[in-house]
Design a protein around this ligand. Structure first.
Ligand SMILES: [Zn+2]
Length: 250
């Protein structure tokens, strides 16, 4: 998972979503109301088709799932699930795009904290690598450990558990492949002398199929020899790249 910038909708689409939400709000407590039926009726509308294409653009060229960043994103995903939370069914901030597998694992489940806040990491709001970590040996996504608090991120733990990010072997293999491509590419550039930060970043981004660059340039990524080499021999380039990723996203 990586940080995705949510775009601003055109006023006309936003107004259409609000109208649809107001209709749901007026009827959601009535007998016989079914969130899934409401959604099925809406999904072929021009409004929802447009929303879907905007979400697809937000994921980049490959239209990968916003949760696992591996499989093709097939469905509009309601971050707060639509059946238990119909009051967010047409809220732009609640709509993501995900693959069938992530959608199936999540279903209507949605972990909440004591104050009623979401414990699932939202890639359009959160910096996912603040909560999640990558095991470079196995490719499994795990909860991030905070040295300051001396504990594992609760949101990370619940996100991994809900989406089963530590049990999906094909996913783990894909992450490992991308990690290997990135470190090989990094070594290749460093072998030829002092790298230029913007060029190196572009070179790596072209090979970062699973958007792991944010992790790679975090302190945890320096456990990999190629990253430690960059940090130790070209510290200013390393810092420059971290700043660029923080500004532009990974
Ligand atoms: Zn997925």
């Amino acid at each position: 998972m990586y940080a995705i910038r949510r775009v601003k909708l055109e006023p006309q689409i936003l107004a259409d979503l609000r109208r649809r939400q107001a209709r749901v709000d007026a009827r959601s407590h009535a007998a016989g109301f079914k969130a899934q039926t409401e959604w099925n009726n809406a999904r072929q509308s021009n409004c929802i088709k447009t929303v879907r294409s905007i979400l697809a653009r937000m994921t980049g060229d490959l239209e990968r799932c916003m949760y696992c960043v591996d499989s093709h994103a097939t469905d509009i995903e309601h971050f707060w699930p639509k059946s238990p939370y119909p009051d967010r069914m047409f809220c732009w901030s609640n709509l993501l795009l995900c693959c069938a597998e992530c959608g199936r694992f999540k279903g209507d489940r949605f972990p909440l904290g004591l104050a009623g806040e979401s414990l699932l990491v939202d890639p359009t709001v959160d910096s996912p690598w603040d909560h999640l970590d990558l095991d470079p040996e196995t490719g499994a996504i795990t909860a991030a450990y905070s040295i300051e608090s001396g504990s594992w991120s609760e949101r990370g733990e619940r996100t991994v558990e809900l989406l089963q990010l530590d049990r999906r072997e094909a996913l783990q293999r894909s992450y490992l492949r991308t990690l290997r491509r990135l470190t090989e590419a990094l070594d290749q550039v460093l072998d030829s002398g002092t790298p230029e930060p913007a060029d190196l970043l572009e070179f790596l981004r072209d090979r970062d199929d699973h958007r792991l660059l944010g992790w790679l340039l975090s302190p945890r990524g320096t456990c990999l020899p190629a990253v430690a080499r960059l940090r130790d021999h070209w510290p200013s380039v390393f810092e420059d790249m971290i700043a660029r990723v923080a500004q532009d996203g990974s």
